[in-house]
Design a protein around this ligand. Structure first.
Ligand code: ZN
Length: 57
């Protein structure tokens, strides 16, 4: 019998207080001007996690 196993899809949701660097895609602290991983300048739109500031849209 073939049973359908529901595989847990890895949710790439970013924890609140963190953002994903648009350049290297590492999870880093929000509000940083530069990515500590790649040194890329974080654009203003990417500086803050939208999940941690609900209601502003
Ligand atoms: Zn980066």
């Amino acid at each position: 019998m073939a049973s359908k196993k529901k595989k847990k899809v890895k949710n790439s949701k970013i924890p609140s207080g963190k953002i994903k660097c648009p350049d290297c895609e590492k999870i880093i602290e929000e509000g940083l001007t530069f990515c500590p991983e790649c040194g890329n300048r974080i654009p203003p739109w990417a500086k803050f996690n939208p999940d941690s500031t609900p209601g502003i849209l």
